[in-house]
Design a binder for this molecule. Structure first.
Ligand code: C2E
Ligand code: CA
Ligand code: CA
Length: 402
């Protein structure tokens, strides 16, 4: 898959944008100088000279209209290229890159000759300086580049959190959770998954997660089997972002990875959240049915936190419901949380869904959920998510959890 955001270098006198060609990219100038010009009756009119921190080609973020001007470098120039296809969110989202492009677009409509001045006054009206927005946008681009580098440099790692059968205390499955390994520790997904989702890079991360987990699960399976003397195959839960399932071609790639793997699809649970269901329910239904054709199961994650959700439960082909940690956390202290958890469990049972409670941190929570008839549980009380090297020795001891 081509990179959606990258740096390109040009020598003096090279054309970056040709008049008349179809626009696909916007460009931020990192270094150098460019000249924006048109040809009128055979003679060249210079529209603008742009330097570091300035933007051109932003019109292509909203339509395919042919380029109205030529952009040629005057000196050696480096530009950050933003491909339109990278945008999975509308231009008006909170993403600083889009904010900046939007501001530039607005200003350009108002006053095409005096482009950056227009942007400056527009930004002033909103109480933010254009330099502040620009710094934010460049900061975003740099963080995104670092994340891309991390994937290339093998700095992503999966940790696995045991999912336990509440009745027997035995290991039933594991959830794979991605981490970014740095020299001084791990970056948790809350710090980089939102960025990856906004930029569309979650598609590459998601593929890596799926491929890696489906290789590593064999080591886990061997460790479990070695000790118990009878074949046990734990299920593998994987988080799939809505962004990964929006494009049918990307869904097909996920299906191909699953088909290629030798892990039984019946033992793979894909966890999705409600956000995937609300945007386009018809698309969500057909995508989920296509995934189910492979034999995998589908889990609704963080159940109870969104617009919820009762009607979703029978509309979409779920096999498992995961009760969100916020309810589990308040199980002991709040009567209403207890009632809600009880209702969710009864409802899920009536619909023949298996139920996982996440975020179990105490013995009381464990016991209460077991009494209420919840099937599986996951939480720090049993085990934190662990890297493979720490998980495998534990599995070999055939322990029950906690
Ligand atoms: P999630 O899918 O709801 O994952 C459960 C989160 O709860 C994990 O956080 C886990 O470490 C944490 N957790 C488990 N037990 C306890 C507990 O007893 N107490 C508390 N306080 N927390 C507990 P983590 O690993 O930081 O992941 C956060 C979120 O990042 C995940 O929430 C998921 O939405 C996302 N994420 C993680 N890995 C991936 C991935 O590979 N792909 C995608 N798309 N998202 C991922
Ligand atoms: Ca999850
Ligand atoms: Ca969850």
């Amino acid at each position: 898959m081509p990179e959606k955001i990258f740096i390109q270098q040009f020598n003096p006198g090279e054309e970056i944008v040709k008049v008349g060609e179809k626009g696909r990219n916007a460009y931020f100038i990192e270094k150098g100088l460019v000249e924006v010009s048109t040809l009128q009756n055979g003679s060249k009119t210079i529209l603008a000279n742009l330097g570091p921190g300035e933007i051109f080609g932003e019109m292509s973020m909203i339509d395919d209209a042919p380029r109205s001007a030529t952009v040629r470098t005057k000196t050696y120039t480096e530009v950050i290229v933003i491909e339109r296809s990278r945008f999975t969110q509308p231009l008006s989202s909170a993403d600083p890159i889009m904010q900046l492009l939007l501001r530039v677009l607005l200003a350009r409509f108002r006053d095409s000759q005096n482009l950056m001045n227009g942007v400056r006054s527009d930004a002033k009206k909103h109480g933010v300086s254009i330099d502040e927005i620009r710094n934010l946008a460049f900061d975003r681009i740099q963080r995104e580049s670092r994340l891309r580098e991390a994937l290339k440099a093998n700095q992503l790692e999966l940790h696995y959190q045991p999912i336990i059968c509440l009745n027997s205390g035995e290991l039933s499955g594991l959830e794979a959770l991605v981490r970014w390994r740095l020299e001084d520790g791990y970056v948790l997904p809350s710090k980089f998954i939102p960025l990856a989702e906004e930029s569309g890079f979650i598609i590459d991360i998601g593929k890596w997660v799926l491929e890696t987990a489906l290789i590593e699960i064999h080591k886990i399976k061997t460790a479990v089997q070695n000790d118990t003397n009878h074949i046990k195959q734990p299920f593998l839960s994987l988080n799939v972002s809505s962004i990964q399932l929006l494009d049918p071609a990307e869904t097909k790639t996920l299906c191909d990875i699953i088909k290629r793997s030798s892990y039984q699809p019946e033992k793979i649970k894909l966890e999705i959240t409600e956000s995937f269901l609300i945007g386009n329910p018809d698309h969500a239904t057909s995508t989920l049915f296509n995934l189910k054709k492979l034999g995998v199961s589908i889990t609704i994650d963080d159940f109870g936190t969104g617009y919820s959700s009762l009607s979703y439960l029978h509309k979409f082909p779920f096999d498992t419901l995961k009760i969100d940690q916020s309810f589990v956390k308040n199980l002991e202290s709040s009567e209403s949380s207890f009632t809600i958890v009880n209702c969710i469990i009864q409802l899920a049972k009536a619909l023949n869904l298996s139920i996982v409670a996440e975020g179990i941190e105490t013995q009381t929570q464990f016991k209460k959920l077991k009494e209420l008839g919840c099937h599986f549980g996951q939480g720090f009380y049993m085990s934190k998510p662990l890297p493979l090297r720490q998980l495998l020795p534990k599995l070999q001891k055939n322990q029950t959890w906690p």
